[in-house]
Design a binder for this molecule. Structure first.
Ligand code: DC
Length: 223
C-alpha cells in the first residue's frame, strides 16, 4: 500500500472497537485514535470541577481551557488532560455513566470533531468512535460498523472486569450498555449511525483475530 489512508471504526459500546482498532493500527503501523477517550477525559475533568454535565455552554468553555492529549503506548493509549495523566480515571463507572450526556452537546461535539479531523489530516490513522464514518472522516476510504448483541457485549465487559479483579454485575452491565446505546443513538446531533458506505461486521460469534482479519482484508481490497 503506497498511500496512508484513514480507517473509521464505529459502533455501539462494548462491541470490541478499541481492541480491534488497536490491533489493526499495529498491523499497518498506523496511529490508533480513541475518540471515546477524548469525551471521557472532558467528562472526568468536568466532574472534577463540579460542572453540570447537562450544561453544554460550560463544558464548551472548559474545553477551551484544557488540552486533551492522547499518547500512543505499547499497550494502547495514555490520556492526559493538560499535564495530568487520567488514563485510569476516565474508565471509572462515574465517568462511564455520565459521558453520554457530555457527548450529547452539539457545541462540545463540534470542537471535538475539529480536533479529531486535525489528528487525521495526514492519513495513517485508525479512529474509533460513534460518528467517525458519518461525521468526523466522511471521506475515510475504509469504514466499518462493528456491532454485537447487547448480551454478548455485557458478557465481554463482565469477563474483562472479573479478569481485572473489579467488582462486576452482568445484569447491571447489560442495563447500562442498553441505556448508553439508547442515548448515543437518539441524540439530536451526530447520533451513532452506520454510514451508508460502511461495512457492517457483527462480532457476536466472531473472535477478535477474525474481526481484525476481516478489516485488513477490506483495506487490501480498497487498494
Ligand atoms: O467508546 P467509549 O465507550 O469510550 O465512548 C465513551 C462515550 O463517548 C460513549 O457514550 C459515546 C461517546 N462517543 C461519542 O459520542 N462519539 C465518539 N466519536 C466517541 C465516543
Amino acid at each position: 500500500m503506497s498511500r496512508k489512508t484513514n480507517i473509521a471504526i464505529d459502533g455501539p459500546a462494548g462491541a470490541g472497537k478499541s481492541t480491534v482498532a488497536k490491533m489493526v493500527a499495529e498491523q499497518l503501523t498506523y496511529l490508533y485514535i480513541d475518540t471515546g477517550a477524548m469525551y471521557r477525559a472532558l467528562t472526568y475533568i468536568a466532574l472534577k470541577h463540579s460542572i453540570d454535565p447537562k450544561n453544554g455552554k460550560k463544558l464548551r468553555e472548559l474545553l477551551d481551557r484544557v488540552s486533551i492529549v492522547l499518547k500512543p503506548t505499547t499497550s494502547g493509549t495514555s490520556v492526559f488532560v493538560n499535564e495530568d495523566e487520567v488514563t485510569e480515571e476516565i474508565r471509572s463507572s462515574e465517568v462511564t455513566n455520565t459521558v453520554s450526556i457530555v457527548a450529547g452537546h452539539e457545541e462540545v461535539r463540534k470542537e471535538m470533531v475539529k480536533q479529531q479531523q486535525t489528528l487525521a489530516e495526514n492519513g495513517g490513522t485508525v479512529m474509533d468512535g460513534r460518528d467517525i464514518g458519518t461525521f468526523v472522516l466522511p471521506k475515510a476510504e475504509v469504514k466499518v460498523f462493528l456491532t454485537a448483541s447487547v448480551e454478548e457485549r455485557a458478557k465481554r465487559r463482565h469477563e474483562e472486569n472479573i479478569q481485572k479483579g473489579y467488582p462486576s454485575d452482568y445484569e447491571k452491565l447489560k442495563e447500562e450498555i442498553a441505556r448508553r446505546d439508547e442515548l448515543d443513538s437518539n441524540r439530536k446531533f451526530a447520533p451513532l449511525q452506520k454510514a451508508a458506505d460502511a461495512v457492517v461486521i457483527d462480532s457476536t460469534h466472531m473472535t477478535i483475530p477474525e474481526v481484525v482479519d476481516n478489516i485488513l482484508h477490506l483495506v487490501e481490497e480498497r487498494f
